[in-house]
Design a protein around this ligand. Structure first.
Ligand SMILES: *Cc1c(COP(=O)(O)O)cnc(C)c1O
Length: 377
């Protein structure tokens, strides 16, 4: 198989998702256009009710992005200057930037090399008298080990903000992400498991006071049209995106099951390669495979080989947050977080999106198995 004679298998196929739902989506979007009202209307209210109920959380608040969700969660929790927030470094930078913009200090912890998730034992070692919050990131679609983390947070009176931007519908012992900590942050940007056509996000919470604060923060601190008892921003979801996300929410379970089937098929087809480590699913969790991530010391050579064979892949993420220029002032350096740094050199995401065909899955497996680790890498 070469790129000349076959279609490249993409990392994500938005057209394939659109096909079966296109006419439903166009009808609902047309209804919003006809309504003449574009924020904080019927679709936003409907999405908030639907999303809270899907997550098993009391409240949901629609926002403009996942970045805003993490940011407003921190602000609503009262995190500010002088406070420390514990986060993994092996995540997208948008987990960390909101801590900076809240005026607080990120404190990075290393990951468990088997799951790539925040190592909860290392969180315990990072708690200081200034620690006020911890942000577990349910990276790739797998929930962090929340039992011990919540217990630790209770002991130290820490606010737990779940970054669930990659983990819509993931479960930890039967409970969905967004209902486990005090606040859950979600993204509906067009590349996540639940996709708007552009940017959108939400927070979930069981705490009515947090719900109230986030609602004020996202809409100019309003109590009336021109009454502002507190400052706020404009972090609203818009009605068109809310309508899109609601239509798609009805398909999320089927898409998630397809992702899980595809992941199982890949793991079966890729087993037994001594140079390749496959993803593991921790006991008691439902992994929703936002990404299907393998690891190998020959990562860059494997990615080149796959490209030649017509299979797209991605690296999530090649530079850990603590090694980014934006974090230089925090004083971390090479060797600070060894498992994070090793993962950044070795991880590779393969296509796992719901609409992959059996032929495409077979093509991915053949292409990976055709890699000669010793000769090529
Ligand atoms: C996507 C993502 C975000 C940010 O979401 P946006 O909607 O793109 O702002 C935050 N954290 C993680 C882990 C993400 O994957």
């Amino acid at each position: 198989m070469t790129t000349q004679d076959t279609e490249t298998i993409p990392l994500l196929d938005l057209k394939a998702e659109l096909g079966p739902i296109r006419s439903d989506l166009l009808d609902r979007v047309a209804a919003v256009l006809d309504s003449g009202w574009f924020y904080l209307g019927k679709e936003t209210q409907g999405l908030e009710a639907d999303w809270a109920s899907y997550c098993g959380a009391r409240h949901a608040v629609g926002l403009g992005s996942g970045t805003e969700a993490v940011w407003l969660a921190l602000l609503a929790a009262g995190i500010g200057p002088g406070d420390e927030v514990i986060v993994p470094s092996h995540t997208f930078i948008a987990t960390v930037a909101p801590i900076h913009f809240a005026g607080a200090t990120p404190v990075f912890v290393d990951i468990d090399p088997a799951t790539y998730l925040m190592d909860v034992d290392k969180v315990a070692a990072s708690v200081s008298p200034r620690t006020r919050a911890v942000i577990p990131v349910h990276l790739y679609g797998q929930p962090v080990e929340m039992g011990p983390l919540l217990e630790l947070a209770r002991r130290h009176d820490l606010c737990v903000i779940e970054d669930a931007c990659q983990a819509h519908g993931a479960e930890y012992h039967g409970r969905r992400t967004g209902s486990l900590g005090q606040i859950g942050a979600f993204s509906f940007v067009f590349t996540k498991n639940l996709k708007a056509y552009g940017d959108a996000g939400a927070i979930t919470t069981g705490d009515p006071a947090i719900d109230h604060k986030v609602r004020a923060l996202r809409d100019h601190g309003r109590s009336g049209k021109y009454e502002h008892p507190s400052f706020g921003l404009n972090c609203r979801i818009d009605e068109v995106q809310a309508a899109v996300v609601r239509v798609k929410l009805a398909h999320l379970e089927a898409w998630t099951e397809a992702r899980r089937r595809n992941a199982a098929r890949l793991s079966e087809g890729l087993s037994g390669l001594e140079w390749l480590t496959l993803p593991v699913e921790a006991p008691g969790v439902r992994h929703v495979y936002h990404q299907y991530v393998v690891r190998t010391p020959h990562r860059d050579a494997l990615a080149d080989h796959l490209r030649r064979e017509g299979v797209s892949s991605g690296i999530h993420y090649p530079i850990p947050c603590h090694m980014q220029g934006a974090c230089a002032h925090l004083g971390y350096g090479p060797g600070s977080l060894p498992e994070t740094e090793r993962a950044a050199r070795e991880v590779l995401s393969l296509p796992v999106y719901p609409e992959l065909t059996e032929a495409q899955l077979g093509g991915i497996i053949r292409a990976v198995r055709g890699f000669r680790a010793k000769a090529e890498g």
